[in-house]
Design a protein around this ligand. Sequence first.
Ligand code: NG6
Ligand code: CA
Length: 491
Amino acid sequence: MKPNIIVIMADDLGYGDIGCYGANPKNLKTPNIDKLAANGLRFTSGYCSASTCTPTRFSFLTGKYAFRQKNTGIAPPNGPAIIQPDVETLPSLMKKAGYATAVIGKWHLGLGGPNGPDWNGKLKPGPRDIGFDYCYLLPTTNDRVPQVYVENSHVKNLDPNDPLWVGRKKPNPEHPTGITHRSLLKMDWSHGHNSTIHNGISRIGFYTGGHSARFRDEDLADEWVKQSNKWIKANKNNPFFLFFSSHDLHVPRIPHERFRGTSALSYRGDVIVQLDWCVGELMKTLDQLKLSDNTLIVFCSDNGPVGDDGYKDEALEKMANHDPNGPFSGGKYSILEGGTRTPFITYWPGKIKQGVSDKIVCTIDMAASFAALTGINLPKDACPDSFNIIDALLGNEGAKGRKHLVQQDNGKGGNYGYRVGKWKLQRHDSKRKRNVIVTNKLASSPAPRFALFDLSNDVEEKNDVSIEYPKVFTRMQKELQEIISSGKSRP
Ligand code: NG6
Ligand code: CA
């Protein structure tokens, strides 16, 4: 039988945030994720496509660099569907291979037509129009309104007598916000995040109504696990593809009560422990159903780490000696390695040998790779930047991984990283370099338009060697421009 595939994508999880990538057990423990690594393949050059959420998720599902399409930057609460129904996607390929497909967790790729989501009606197009049979979603991120689940094409538990309204402007002068009712908040904001209040936390955007549909932040992780277990059980007799899209550790970081204080850090540490628990629960379910030996699990992240991302949750103050970005510089919002080089583990008992791989692999490659794994022909123009690197993902002898990779920050027209072997080219079209995790507060410093680094002795990207290696420097600039201009990078 064809193997089941589960992709577990963490949110804002950095390279150094978990035990098997060097996190000190005195700060936090991640035994379940570590178990994946201890019995699977841990990549040291595993990447997501971008250093923010929406473009990475877009690329993951479409196999296309997000800088090729407008509106792929961080999606707002009322953003329309970004991936159009006629596009070949990872889940549509899996369907061709006979798989049942589902996404459970954070979506953040827009819902509905050009005017955005019809919250009280049918949320179409959505995941079910691009290849998922089933979806159970947090529509955007939990720091954005509204706090409701979307099951398939509808807001779950919505009472028609209390319609849900979502907007960008304050609906009436009395509407309580993080500014007018700041003293009532259970977690204060530090920048942005000061509009409508729900569950004692103010958010980005405004909403009213839909009270029966609203959830508690504390319960999200439990809900993803519960719904995933249910779906896996219902599909245990056929091959399935599950995109488990965790919200941990995105802000607002609100662990369930039972996870509070489980790390020696702030809530940021506690929600990593919570994420690890989710991984353990999924593995337990697979074991119970005797599916473990026939299931490939990929564990990854959607962008690098950030300390203060808009709430006063003491993430920075209580970081102790924890290195969220491991040995790298930069994090979320940055094209430095810390922005996109993130945990990446493949696990398939009996099939993948335990080990550590230095091959370059990226979340964007899962489309072409899983098509190959499941015997599906990838149409020539589909998923134009996705490479079949299944050999590298499975740790097969002689596997090569990617030759080159473009990294980006947010949306179209931003900054780029371009990695080829040990070389890393930085291209800053915006002329600012973001190095968020170190200095924080979205700190940015002036950056030259182009710079070159030798990652074999400078993973921190500190010494620009463009003058020493002029040929490499100009060749890589040219190649990057060709990849950007040509509309595709897979031959
Ligand atoms: C930013 C938010 C940040 C986070 C990010 C998206 C402010 C000041 N900052 O605009 O908190 O939500 O968007 O993160 O509002 S992502 O991981 O989903 O890309
Ligand atoms: Ca993210």
